[in-house]
Design a protein around this ligand. Structure first.
Ligand SMILES: *Cc1c(COP(=O)(O)O)cnc(C)c1O
Ligand SMILES: [Zn+2]
Length: 417
């Protein structure tokens, strides 16, 4: 029996066959996977999940793929109890979901690409493509290489050097477009219409976005089959945020979580230099006013976010909230997580931690509540933003005398101040 029934328009509810399509022909609403939860409930169990692979594929019963071939090691990243950061923020049960160590390219995008390209293979595509703010390009390029697919990635030309190198090394065609992500995305949609490629976040987006649900599935399992009280997660297109919510709710629907399990409050994080979803939420709008991004958090700089309205709805429906962080606060967030937990995250993670801190200080969480912050990318990819914001190494000649004078002397001096 098939677990996937159809694709369904999120706006008008019209149903479509399971094909590489993403918008409703009638109302232009986005299409989403429609599952047969009754059927899934019969097959899924905690025991079966526990005995599954140590990857996101242990949740295959709730993913729109039958024969995964791509991204077989993606997901199942650590959930870290953040004792030190928790102490600093007055939270006794703070956890970091650490997708900065995802496989193979160190960001949460390895989840969505595993699902999208596995489905693309089932559909018979031989070419993978994407419009990317950096991390998606890295992951599509790496996974296409290992899957033996041809690959085109489209990026804004002003991306961080390490994100560009982190795509080029896998030898795809990298197209750097003069413009921001929204320009890249518009161009990619035109290309997707004309060439028969699997654009993971365009024509196979309904499948791609389902991959983000595994961020919820894993956290629930890692907490001993419980949902957290509150979640803090970054918003770019709004897809990840929306799908974390969907993931927790699905576990309840198929009775992997208890029927009366409380669902988490969802807190969203944006950069102040690109905050169209935050603004819609705060102004009580159900539509997005597109903006031109200007922030160091480039991986989440989407000025016209496709799932923005749905993210606003999720924050409202879950009794959550949204906040923003300035460039300075983002850097402080990166440094705070590194200094307290030894986790080096990129600017998107810095945004999440900065917003977590604001909410903690504003008393949004009870001190014993279980709070999970999603760290979605790796700091080694955005090192340049830290230049001028860290102490310098202490330079010495190879002499014990200099070491004592310049290092021990200074360290003692500065700790006496
Ligand atoms: C893409 C990305 C996100 C969020 O993506 P959505 O478009 O909102 O699903 C968050 N963090 C990082 C590091 C990303 O690369
Ligand atoms: Zn429709």
């Amino acid at each position: 029996m098939a677990k996937v029934k159809a694709l369904k328009c999120k706006e008008c509810g019209r149903e479509y066959p399971v094909e590489p399509i993403h918008v409703c022909e009638f109302c232009f609403g986005p299409l989403e996977i429609e599952y047969d939860y009754e059927e899934i409930k019969k097959n899924i169990s905690r025991e079966k999940i526990k005995n599954g692979p140590n990857s996101l594929w242990r949740y295959i019963d709730l993913l729109p793929v039958d024969h995964p071939e791509v991204g077989l090691a993606a997901g199942f990243t650590p959930l870290i109890k953040a004792e030190n950061l928790g102490r600093e923020l007055g939270l006794n049960n703070l956890y970091i979901k650490d997708d900065s160590v995802n496989h193979p390219t160190l960001s949460f995008k390895d989840r969505v690409v595993a699902v999208a390209l596995s489905k693309a293979k089932e559909f018979g595509f031989d070419t993978a493509a994407c419009a990317s703010t950096g991390n998606l390009a890295n992951s599509v390029a790496a996974n296409a290489a290992s899957a033996g697919m041809k690959c085109f990635v489209f990026i804004p030309s002003n991306l961080e050097t390490n994100k560009i190198i982190g795509s080029l090394v896998f030898d795809p065609i990298v197209v750097a477009v003069d413009g921001n992500y929204d320009d890249v995305n518009r161009l990619s949609s035109e290309i997707a219409n004309e060439f028969g490629w699997a654009f993971v976040n365009i024509n196979v987006r309904p499948f791609y976005s389902e991959g983000s649900k595994t961020l919820a599935f894993e956290v629930a399992e890692q907490l001993g089959w419980k949902a957290p009280d509150a979640v803090v997660a970054p918003l770019a297109s709004g897809s990840l945020f929306t799908k974390i919510w969907k993931g927790f709710n699905e576990l309840k629907t198929v009775e992997i979580l208890d029927k009366d399990e409380k669902m988490p409050r969802m807190y969203g994080a944006q950069a102040s230099g690109c905050s169209p979803i935050y603004k819609a939420f705060k102004e009580g709008r159900d539509f997005i006013k597109p903006e031109k991004p200007d922030t160091i958090a480039k991986s989440i700089a989407i000025g016209n976010p496709a799932d923005g309205p749905y993210a606003v709805k999720v924050a409202k429906e879950s009794n959550g909230d949204m906040e923003i962080a300035t460039n300075e606060e983002i850097i402080e967030g990166m440094k705070l997580l590194a200094k307290t937990e030894g986790i080096f995250t990129e600017t998107a993670g810095g945004t999440t931690i900065a917003v977590l801190k604001k909410f903690a200080e504003a008393g949004a969480f009870d001190k014993d509540e279980v709070v999970v912050a999603y760290v979605t990318g790796n700091g080694y990819k955005t090192m340049e933003v830290l230049e001028g914001h860290l102490k310098s190494p202490i330079h010495i000649k190879p002499s014990l005398h200099e070491f004592k004078e310049k290092v021990i002397g200074q360290v003692v001096e500065s700790s006496e101040k």
